[in-house]
Design a protein around this ligand. Structure first.
Ligand code: 8ID
Ligand code: ZN
Length: 351
């Protein structure tokens, strides 16, 4: 029995009040959609950007945010194949794409101009029942914990894809900026599992301990350095020439600029974090003479999703989560703004 109304958190205008309701209407799935009873949802920094209105792309309003949902299928549209009622399923940032444009054809589904974005252009997972296009919804295998797999739906897929995009090879150094955050703590583990030597940049002793526990061979607290040159020299020293790749997850424009300086000759800077109004600055002479690459990486396609989930299901990656309730979202955003979250916070949609 699917109820008519449910618990949800939403806002009516950018940076407006976060409204908790237990009477939010439940959407009916269309013919190509499934309805998922979300049990747990991660809170990604993207949800904070969406609420603040940080990016040059408008959200739907009013908006139920969230795009790291995990739960059970409770209804399927008549054209749906691949999902049945009772299956475990996940809601991802990429809720749907056209599947017919040149980008979708080549598996660049996240780059589709008509993509539907969960918790941004369509209502997302900060509610008990969420609609997703069946072709893009994630298949969640048996034997995994729904709260723990929730962050894989965005953070896991995204960092796994970004590590592939870096084209680093086993044994090479990969630096993760924002290593102690939601994406960072997963990036360190995926990277280690893929055979890379991981180095993390973030701040605080708790994050240092967590990053080290998760496989970082070195941790640099960026707050220990007031001088950019010394900071960059430290990275070059530890890695004997600079990391072969840098995955930029920190919500910091400056951190991107620094990475273009300390990346190894012929190395790759991957842009993932999306600080508001940021520009990636790289001095052209050095960029050319060192022949570095700067690449953007945006979530992942369906194959990346399957692979990222497989790493998790095999126990190669653990989710460093803390569980709270939907009613705590405002508190979670405050903690995120203050940079105080270790790993990921996951919300129980019944609370
Ligand atoms: O597909 C994509 N490209 C994608 C997918 C998902 C998320 C992009 N994102 C973006 C988010 O929108 C956000 O901009 O990645 C960024 C990181 O998301 P997150 O991991 O969910 O954020 P977090 O948990 O708040 O972690 C950020 C970490 O960065 C550290 C903070 O201390 C925190 O641990 N940090 C900051 I802020 N400035 C730093 C700096 N200068 C820094 N670490 C190192 N150096
Ligand atoms: Zn996300």
């Amino acid at each position: 029995e699917i109820p008519e109304v449910q618990k949800a958190v939403y806002f009516e205008k950018p940076a407006g009040k976060l409204i908790y309701s237990d009477k939010y209407p439940i959407q009916k799935p269309g013919p190509d959609e499934i309805l998922i009873n979300i049990k747990y949802t991660g809170v990604c920094h993207t949800d904070l950007h969406a609420w603040k209105g940080d990016w040059p792309l408008d959200t739907k309003l009013p908006l139920v945010g969230g795009h790291e949902g995990a739960g059970y299928v409770v209804a399927v549209g008549e054209q749906v194949s691949g999902f049945s009622v009772g299956d475990k399923a996940g809601v991802k940032w990429l809720n749907g794409s056209c599947l017919t444009c040149e980008f979708c054809e080549h598996g660049h589904e996240s780059n589709c101009a008509d993509a539907l974005l969960s918790g941004y252009t369509v209502d997302g997972s900060f509610q008990e029942y969420c609609v997703a296009k069946a072709v893009h919804a994630a298949k969640i295998p048996d034997g995994v914990d729904l709260a723990e797999i929730a962050p894989i739906m965005c953070a896991g897929i995204t960092v796994y894809k970004a590590l592939k995009t870096s084209e680093a090879r086993p044994g090479e150094w990969v630096c993760v900026t924002g290593g102690g955050g939601g994406l960072g703590t997963l990036a360190l583990q995926y990277g280690k599992a893929m055979g890379f030597r991981m180095i993390a940049i973030d701040t605080s002793e708790e994050k240092r301990n967590l990053c080290t526990e998760l496989g970082a061979e070195a941790f640099i607290d960026f707050r220990d350095y007031t001088n950019d040159k010394e900071f960059e020299a430290k990275l070059v020293e530890i890695t004997k020439g600079g990391p072969h790749a840098v995955i930029n997850l920190a919500v910091s424009e400056k951190s991107i600029e620094q990475s273009c300086n300390y990346v190894r000759t012929c190395g790759t800077v991957v842009l993932v974090g999306l600080p508001a109004n940021a520009v990636a600055k790289s001095p052209v002479f050095q960029h050319v003479v060192k022949s570095i690459s700067i690449k953007g990486s945006y979530v992942g396609n369906r194959a990346d999703t399957t692979e990222a989930i497989d790493f998790f299901a095999r126990g190669l990656v653990k989710s460093p989560i803390k569980i709270m309730g939907l009613t705590d979202l405002e508190y979670v955003f405050d903690q995120m703004i203050a940079g105080k979250i270790l790993g990921r916070i996951v919300l129980d949609t019944e609370k």
